[in-house]
Design a protein around this ligand. Structure first.
Ligand code: GLA
Length: 702
């Protein structure tokens, strides 16, 4: 951090932020964007260069890091709170900025009239160019404070921004790309589903005029939070925009007692001169740095076999052992036994909550199957959905009061299930005991932790909204399991991608991206995922053909090439495969193992003319490029594919996917040398490809 009395600046590799302190009040935003010189001098103070505008307050309220309501800031406020209908203004008179380290600063502001203390800590990680922002509000008053909105971060965007790229979706169709133009109004997304949700990821990317996938100043932000959330981008009357992100609070949800604090979820924010792929790379670095791996570092991502779509609830121990043997033969490394293993669980109407093994399906418990899996050289993983209960379960019959409910209101079910009230310590103790016992009894090194419905009636025993506390209690449970079992990896799943966010990944190691494994659908979905999360945590499987979710069929080669883009797995019944397909699957698994180390590197993704989409993993001197043709070509000659991520130098390019290609394509197999500038500006010549066909290239510089 550099500072004069007035100016505080933090610098990353490619970005800087500069704030200015006035005589009082919260510091104002001067800059968040391109990298500036270390000892940057912004010239005169903002107020000297801003003549009073007509019909304006003589005490202007410039855009601060935490603009408050009621004292001259007429745009969205960072805080909406009151004390029994009074004390609705936030206007601190006392503010200090401490530089905690060269890369972080803390702003403390006190409003004695409102009885509030605010602390905002901003860290700019020079390695990733990601800001981590933490905001905390303390009630210093003598009576309680009702908080309706506390911005977790307020970010400035320059007037040159013009579009916001965000995602929408539903179960089976996550990360649907959306793009909205920013105008003179508000752009707003809210999520009230109680968990991160399939349809409203808590973050977005904002482009400036002329930004592309790989060039142009581009901004991104995301909340590290798995519950309700809201974000607003709002035009300001100096032409800039403010971007606020925070937790969406239900009515009455937060009432701070005297002395109590509210810590907003952390925000990760970044800006990159390298377009939205640059933003993605920064996010990936920050997410990677926040993760906790068994043993301290990520082991190569093991190939999964998940039993769900191959078997659903139809568990037969003999068949599953045969499946495990077949899986080991083709090179699978982790066998995950999905839903259906516990008492009475023959469909989704019953048994959630009763986490004991179904003796009809497993007469000697799960031990024989787990031992068989381990003896075959694989890890054994188990599916659980701890936060849920079916009304038809022993747990619900014994403890109907344990589900989230409001007196006098109906119990609303989804997938026939209710959500347990984790704000009750006896519930989390019970769940910890259940999981702890499973981990003690069996050689389990992996949990797939599901959450298959939205929250409703999320109130505590007093009837107060408890969405936020439910998430904090879930985090507490994950943390307790993580502390007791640090070597167990956890997959976060919520009907596929309903709980994908930067909060839960600090406690888990993989996401189940979507219940839709159709490879054509996955291409776009995975591109959306990779905007915010790195590829090594993106669960991507080869599913059945036809795909259960869409009814579409694709070849094994196409399905495998798409699954290669993330943490690879297989999710169909291997026992019904013929020898040829089995050998081909083994080839793809070996191919994934050969290249999986690149998953931990940089990623670039894009689409191109004539129905092409692509993803490149690696960085520096080596990239693995997968090109997907999603629909038949409309052109006589396929256009070249420009690769804007490729740097200067001489590159060797060759096609390396383990598929047979016709002799006329031999040129792509033998490869050629080409300039990086050529690949960037003109592009890679494409081999002839039919629809739903992929080609994987290795690009090496030397
Ligand atoms: C959810 C998950 C699936 C599977 C089922 C089991 O839908 O996303 O992968 O685990 O639950 O019921």
């Amino acid at each position: 951090m550099t500072e004069t009395a007035r100016i505080h600046a933090l610098h990353g590799k490619a970005s800087s932020l500069v704030i200015e302190c006035g005589a009082d009040g919260v510091p104002v935003w001067r800059h968040w964007g391109s990298r500036l010189p270390d000892a940057v001098n912004p010239g005169p103070p903002l107020c000297d260069m801003r003549p009073l505008a007509s019909f304006s307050l003589e005490q202007p309220a410039p855009f601060s890091l935490f603009p408050g309501f009621g004292a001259g800031w007429f745009a969205q406020s960072a805080l909406l709170a009151h004390r029994g209908g009074e004390a609705f203004i936030f206007h601190p008179g006392n503010c200090a900025v401490d530089g905690c380290s060269p890369h972080s600063l803390t702003i403390r502001a006190i409003d004695d009239v409102a009885g509030l203390a605010l602390a905002i800590t901003i860290r700019l990680d020079p390695a990733s160019d990601v800001l981590t922002i933490r905001t905390s509000l303390t009630n210093n008053g003598t009576d309680s404070l009702d908080v309706q909105w506390l911005a977790a971060a307020v970010l400035p965007l320059p007037s040159a921004v013009h579009n916001v790229r965000h995602v929408s979706g539903r179960h089976n169709s996550e990360f649907v790309a959306c793009e909205d133009a920013l105008g003179r109004g508000q752009w707003r997304r809210e999520n009230r589903r109680g968990l991160t949700s399939h349809d409203s990821f808590p973050g977005a990317v904002v482009t400036t005029v002329g930004s592309t996938a790989d060039n142009g100043l581009t901004f991104g932000a995301q909340l590290a939070w798995s519950g309700n959330h809201a974000q607003t981008i709002e035009w300001l009357d100096d032409g800039r925009y403010q971007w606020q992100l925070g937790e969406w609070l239900a009515p009455g949800e937060v009432r701070l007692a005297p002395g109590e604090s509210l810590d907003a979820p952390e925000v990760l924010a970044t800006c990159s001169p390298g377009g939205w792929n640059g933003v993605a790379r920064n996010f990936h670095a920050a997410i990677r740095a926040s993760m906790r791996w068994p043993g301290g570092t990520m082991a190569p991502r093991p190939v999964h076999l998940n039993t769900w779509e191959g078997f659903y609830f139809d568990h037969d121990e003999v068949q599953l052992k045969a499946l495990a043997s077949a899986a080991a033969e083709v090179g699978i490394e982790r066998f995950v036994l999905d839903d259906g293993w516990f008492k009475g669980r023959d469909d989704d109407t019953t048994s959630l909550g009763d986490w004991t093994v179904d003796a009809r399906k497993y007469p000697a418990g799960l031990r024989p199957l787990a031992d068989h899996v381990v003896a075959a050289g694989m890890e054994f993983g188990l599916w659980v959905e701890p936060e849920m209960v079916n009304p038809d379960s022993d747990l619900f019959r014994a403890h109907p009061e344990w589900s989230l409910q409001v007196a006098g209101r109906p119990l609303l079910t989804a997938r026939n299930q209710l959500v347990l009230d984790l704000t009750r310590p006896e519930v989390t103790d019970y769940l910890f005991g259940v999981i702890d016992n499973l981990l003690r009894d069996l050689p389990i090194s992996y949990l797939k932790w599901d959450h298959n419905r939205d929250l409703t009636m999320a109130a505590d025993v007093q009837g107060r909204a408890a969405y936020r506390r439910q998430i904090l209690a879930a985090y507490g449970l994950f943390d307790r399991i993580g502390a007791a079992w640090p070597d167990v990896e956890i997959e976060a799943c919520a009907g596929g991608g309903g709980r994908i966010d930067a909060g839960i990944i600090r406690r888990t190691h993989r996401f189940w991206t979507s219940d839709c494994i159709d490879a054509v659908s996955r291409v776009a979905m995975q591109r959306g995922f990779l905007q915010f999360m790195p590829p090594e945590v993106m669960g991507s499987h080869i599913g059945a053909a036809p795909a259960h979710s869409t009814g579409r069929s694709q070849s094994m080669d196409f399905r495998a090439a798409v699954a290669m883009a993330g943490h690879f797995g297989v999710e169909f019944n291997l026992l019904t495969m013929n020898a040829v397909d089995k050998a081909r699957l083994a080839d793809w698994i070996a191919f994934y193992k050969r290249w999986r180390h690149l998953l931990g590197g940089a990623v670039a993704t894009g689409t191109a003319a004539d129905h092409l989409a692509w993803q490149a993993n690696g960085g520096g001197d080596q990239w693995l490029l997968a090109v997907y043709r999603l629909a038949p070509s409309e052109l006589r000659y396929a256009p070249t594919l420009p690769l804007s991520f490729v740097e200067d130098g001489r590159w060797n390019v060759r096609r390396i996917d383990p598929v047979e290609t016709p002799d006329r394509d031999a040129r792509w197999r033998s490869g050629w040398r080409v300039d990086g500038a050529w690949l960037r500006h003109v592009g890679l010549p494409m081999p002839p490809m039919k629809a739903e066909v992929a080609a994987i290239f290795l690009l090496e510089r030397n």
